[in-house]
Design a protein around this ligand. Structure first.
Ligand code: COD
Ligand code: ATP
Length: 212
């Protein structure tokens, strides 16, 4: 079983690409963000530790971290995570060891079952969390900042301020390119991107999709 880790900046088109891979027989796609959200649900250890860590937060700009339903308020959590490196680090240090443990468990399970040929993990923090130690290959989905900004404004209505905050919370393009063996260019049509992916899966890396 091959284990591929996929990463890229916000709005790079990772979801579309993971959907494509998920439709392939004997592929399983795991999303670190989805796993994180499961582990952050009300009442879990991770939930309690985050609430405890930020119980004294008194910032009228952020608002309540937990809403009436008892779950984290996504909008306010986003403000907390993207507006301060210190807070982001505190949350990541609580959430991501738990995410990694779950991923490792699933990896071991799939290996033992032997029914999957390719296991894929998508994670924004793939490099920061050293997933290179367990993945066979890291892929970077490359889309320029200008294209990502345009797509995020059109599809999600994000403001320039929100986009700037998220961009500055993520690694620079050069570091992604340096750390990932495969670079998939998603600046053009998705059809072109899927063709690159097929080439990569056949082992035909070339200049179009491999920039090192
Ligand atoms: C911060 C939250 C509330 C923002 O939600 P929102 O809907 O506004 O944005 P979205 O989920 O699309 O995230 C925007 C971008 O930021 C990235 N991102 C999310 N969390 C983090 C983080 N802790 N550090 C760096 N980048 C992050 C996402 O991958 C995406 O590229 C949400 O992403 C969240 O709950 N994050 C914590 C869980 C987590 O760490 N997920 C990333 C797993 S690798
Ligand atoms: N090649 C493409 N051409 C045009 N639009 C695209 C292309 N790829 C993705 N998009 C669009 O760009 C937007 C952002 O893509 P997507 O949500 O897949 O990004 P993401 O990398 O998963 O973002 P996040 O980091 O927030 O998880 C979506 O509206 C998607 O439909």
């Amino acid at each position: 079983m091959k284990f591929i880790g996929i990463t890229g900046g916000v709005g790079a088109g990772k979801s579309a690409i993971l959907n494509y891979l998920n439709n392939k027989p004997k592929y399983r796609v795991m999303l670190a963000d989805e796993i994180a959200h499961e582990l952050m649900k009300s009442g879990t250890e991770v939930f309690k530790t985050i609430c405890n860590t930020f119980k004294n937060i008194n910032d009228s700009e952020i608002g309540n971290l937990v809403d009436e339903s008892g779950e984290f308020n996504r909008k306010n959590l986003a403000k907390l995570i993207f507006s301060s490196e210190e807070n982001r680090k505190k949350i990541n240090d609580i959430v991501h060891p738990a995410v990694k443990e779950y991923v490792k468990e699933q990896f071991a399970l799939e290996k033992e079952r032997g029914q999957i040929e390719v296991l894929v993990l998508e994670a924004a923090l793939l490099i920061e969390e050293n997933y290179d130690a367990i993945c066979d290959e890291l892929w970077y989905i490359y889309t320029s900042e200008d294209n990502r900004r345009k797509r995020l404004k059109e599809s999600r209505g994000y403001s320039d301020e929100k986009i700037d905050n998220i961009f500055s919370s993520q690694l620079p393009e050069e570091e992604f390119i340096q750390k990932c063996k495969v670079v998939i260019d998603n600046n053009n049509s998705l059809e072109k991107t899927f063709l690159q992916i097929e080439k990569v899966l056949r082992g035909e890396l070339n200049d179009e999709c491999f920039r090192r």
